[in-house]
Design a protein around this ligand. Structure first.
Ligand SMILES: Nc1ncnc2c1ncn2[C@@H]1O[C@H](COP(=O)(O)OP(=O)(O)O)[C@@H](O)[C@H]1O
Ligand SMILES: [Mg+2]
Length: 372
């Protein structure tokens, strides 16, 4: 799939612009604070209905205005669809071919996006919450029922934690009621666990080779860390989980929170037996994220039969020359890629020829050249 064009109204530092993209490589360059990241953010918003930077929707609206609109035409197998996200202070409206879509899960499976930004280093270095968000965003794009499931799980979790708080205050526990909530929660948890485990397994099919391709090092892998030690594919997994929950009931009441479940999951990244979070160099961490993102492309191709759109935000300056060349080989394939950078001279001419080139200056975009 590829994004044919995009039209922004009152988005960040853009009042109103239209951009037509090339179906292959697009390079956008410009000085700092001119709107490069904002443009990629608008594409991300168009596909996934929120920002890749975790911020409030309202800050996306151009200062002094009351609404924003991002529209784009997405091409998939020769068919074009219009996508639109409208946001004002009170609401967000999603449209697909001019019809309003009320379920986010129906909307976000249309346009698949993989974004890679310097902040992604946090995927390795940051808190588990960032890695769970990553799992959730990717799985929601792959399977529209995942998003629904996750929402149901979150609701149950909230109810359960609320109940634990009340019990903690009043010391009265309705065992039946509590068991029912726990049982529902565990049902959802098991499905999420399974989906996440299978997803991580898929990563491991690709990321080792990709990491080796870029760096020449072998032994890169990802480990899915559940907060509960069970074989999720065992027949009696529910029973085992319920027993584990029972053992921890008093502790849960004391802590007023649910201690097992997907909301406590984490991922670990290893280069052979080195845990990259604690012992990896910045370079190794950066390349691990890169391998992760490139693996995602392969997962989308293989399991969704769709080629996602790749957004690369200012990542080239931080990767050394050899590895940059290895990376360019990857993105040179038939995948729409939108790349931002401050200086184009770090990219070799052969690659530049294949790209449509734009310059951004203070919220204005100028086409510099088409693909040669
Ligand atoms: N809601 C907003 N309204 C107007 N300008 C904004 C808004 N949000 C961010 N900006 C401006 O956007 C610019 C940063 O754009 P950004 O895309 O991050 O730059 P870069 O080209 O360095 O990636 C800053 O000048 C900032 O003030
Ligand atoms: Mg930027």
């Amino acid at each position: 799939m590829y994004l044919k064009n995009i039209e922004l109204t009152n988005f960040r530092n853009y009042k109103h612009i239209k951009v037509s993209f090339n179906k292959g490589i697009n390079i956008i360059y410009g000085k700092n604070a001119q709107g490069k990241t904002n443009l990629l953010e608008s594409i991300y918003l168009l596909g996934l209905t929120n920002s890749h930077r975790s911020i409030l929707d309202n800050s996306l609206i151009n200062n002094g205005n009351l609404f924003l609109k991002v529209k784009g035409n997405l091409k998939k197998d020769k068919i074009g669809n219009d996508l639109e996200v409208y946001i004002d202070e009170r609401k967000k409206i999603l449209r697909f071919d001019n019809s309003i879509i009320s379920k986010v899960s129906d909307y976000i499976s249309n346009m698949n996006i993989i974004i890679f930004t310097p902040d992604d280093l946090e995927l390795i270095k940051g808190s588990p919450q960032i890695r769970r968000k990553f799992l959730n965003v990717e799985l929601s794009q792959l399977y529209s029922n995942y998003y629904v499931l996750l929402n149901e799980y979150d609701k149950l979790l909230k109810i359960r934690n609320e109940y634990l708080k009340n019990v903690n205050k009043s010391y009265k526990l309705d065992n039946n009621y509590f068991d029912i909530i726990t049982s529902y929660l565990v049902d959802k948890a098991i499905i999420i666990y399974k989906m996440r485990q299978k997803f991580v397994d898929k990563f491991n099919l690709f990321c080792q080779d990709i990491y080796k391709d870029i760096t020449n090092y072998t032994g890169f892998r990802i480990i899915y860390k559940k907060s509960i030690d069970v074989d999720i594919f065992a027949n009696n997994v529910k029973q085992i989980m319920l027993e584990k929950f029972k053992e921890k009931r008093d502790i849960e009441i004391k802590l007023t929170s649910t201690i097992y479940g997907p909301h406590r999951d984490d991922l670990e990244f290893y280069l052979n037996d080195i845990n990259l979070k604690f012992y990896g160099s910045q370079g190794q961490q950066r390349l691990a994220v890169l391998a992760l993102k490139l693996s995602e492309i392969e997962i989308f191709k293989k399991y969704k039969d769709s080629v996602p759109i790749l957004l690369l935000d200012d990542i080239f300056s931080e990767i050394d020359k050899n590895k940059r060349a290895n990376l360019l080989k990857y993105i040179n394939k038939d995948i729409q890629t939108i790349i931002t950078m401050t200086e184009v001279d770090i990219i070799d001419d052969k690659f530049l020829k294949k790209a449509k080139l734009f310059n951004i200056d203070d919220g204005k975009i100028k086409k510099i050249k088409e693909v040669i």
